[in-house]
Design a protein around this ligand. Structure first.
Ligand code: ASP
Ligand code: MG
Length: 409
């Protein structure tokens, strides 16, 4: 008998029939002799709807109240799933994050898990029950309900798997697994049977929606294998784990893209100590998360500073940056809200020259202009015009032969 944690995303529990379908899948697992702890997301678009509702009441919802409000989405789905299970003859109990012992810091809407006191879960499991935990939430030391940030139920699931010593964390949603590229965009894309934590972390951070990056980080830290699979099919899915050997494979494992990129360039900035801090400290204080930052080598002590933010943050970021740019004597601020980024990712790229050259040649042949380039040891990312992202992904998938035989696992 093994203990496993399953997580079902919002689309998997979007209505009563889908909740019943999930209940049947859980029962099949339970019948095979495993102990099952289940984490659920809120039904469908519930979280978005609750946020919309709060903003209809006030332009600035109180963060404590907003967290309690959003946490109810997962409470709804967890209770309904427990009811479905007991209606099918299986003992189940739903627990809110607080009841499940998920302790967090007090940073509302982006709380971090400090620890899990799993006593209650363990005692319910001992009584033979299936335990359903409301994802995405916890409780602070001051006994206030907190939420973990959008997509946080994945984090709840992996954290629970770590604290309970689960054999595996299974993440079910409406995608079949992790692919060599988005199959909606590249019909030849192939599903991977397995992928390493490091590669998955880059993929998730650079656009793959298969799983939240924070959950991958936790999985790596606590060595929890994570299965990404669909709740609607019996496709075996993709296993994220630490033992994937790299040498035998193709060098590029997958291609990610993200269409949510906007760029701001502060032109003609004096090159002296303190300028970057003068710009980025106020941006951080305004809660704007900055992604790529590029500063040119200066000529005559004047340089340009470019950074990217999410499209929805561009106006807010410009409002923060423009007055500062003025006061530090920069020439002007320009923004471009219509960008996207495309990344090639693979641990096999480490210490192997030529990947950047091939990527740039591909863009050159396709007539795609590269605006910014960033790299890690296992990733190369180009920021380009949003209208060319699809062409770029398709071309790279072809050029790097991501689906070729050597890449099979
Ligand atoms: N319901 C939350 C969200 O939509 C958390 C989650 O789904 O993981 O962001
Ligand atoms: Mg959701």
């Amino acid at each position: 008998m093994a203990l496993i944690v399953q997580k079902y995303g919002g689309t998997s529990v979007a209505d009563a029939d889908k909740i019943k379908n999930v209940a049947r899948r859980i029962i099949a697992r339970k019948k095979s002799g495993d102990q099952v702890v289940v984490v659920v997301s809120a039904m469908g678009d519930t979280t978005d709807e609750l946020i919309r509702l709060a903003y209809q009441i006030t332009e600035r919802p109180d963060e404590r109240e907003l967290d309690v409000l959003l946490s109810t989405g997962e409470v709804v789905s967890s209770t309904l799933l427990a009811m479905a299970l007991s209606d099918m003859g299986y003992e189940a109990i739903s627990l809110s994050g607080a009841q499940a012992g998920i302790q967090t810091d007090a940073n509302h809407s982006r709380a971090r898990i400090l620890g899990i006191d799993a006593k209650r879960i363990v005692s319910e499991l001992k009584q033979g029950k299936i335990v359903i935990v409301a994802g995405f939430q916890g409780i602070s030391q001051e006994m206030d309900v907190t939420t973990l940030g959008r997509g946080g139920s994945d984090t709840t699931a992996v954290a629970l798997a770590a604290s309970l010593g689960a054999k595996v964390c299974e993440r079910y949603t409406d995608v079949e697994g992790v692919y060599t590229a988005d199959p909606g965009l590249v019909p030849e894309a192939r599903q991977l049977t397995e992928i390493g934590y490091e590669e998955m972390l880059e993929l998730a951070t650079y656009g793959s929606k298969a799983i939240h990056p924070r959950a991958v980080e936790l999985g790596e830290l606590f060595k929890i294998p994570i299965l990404v699979a669909s709740s609607f099919t019996d496709n075996p899915g993709t296993l994220i784990h630490g033992e994937v050997s790299m040498e035998v494979r193709n060098k590029v494992r997958s291609i990610a893209y993200d269409l949510d990129v906007a760029k701001i360039t502060v032109v003609g900035v004096p090159d002296r100590p303190g300028i970057a801090a003068a710009l980025f400290v106020p941006l951080a204080k305004a809660g704007i998360s900055v992604d790529t930052i590029v500063q040119n080598a200066s000529i005559n002590n004047i340089t340009d500073l470019t950074f990217t933010v999410a499209k929805s943050e561009i106006d807010k970021a410009m409002k923060v940056v423009e007055p500062i740019a003025n006061s530090i004597g920069a020439k002007e601020c320009v923004s471009d809200p219509r960008l996207g980024k495309v990344s090639i990712i693979g641990t096999g790229m480490q210490n192997t020259p030529g990947f950047a050259a091939r990527m740039f040649s591909t863009f050159s042949e396709e007539g795609i202009n590269i605006q910014l380039i960033t790299t890690s040891e296992i990733r190369i990312t180009c920021i380009i015009d949003e209208s060319r992202v699809k062409d770029a992904v398709r071309a790279l998938h072809r050029v790097f032969e991501v689906t070729s035989k050597v890449n099979q696992t």
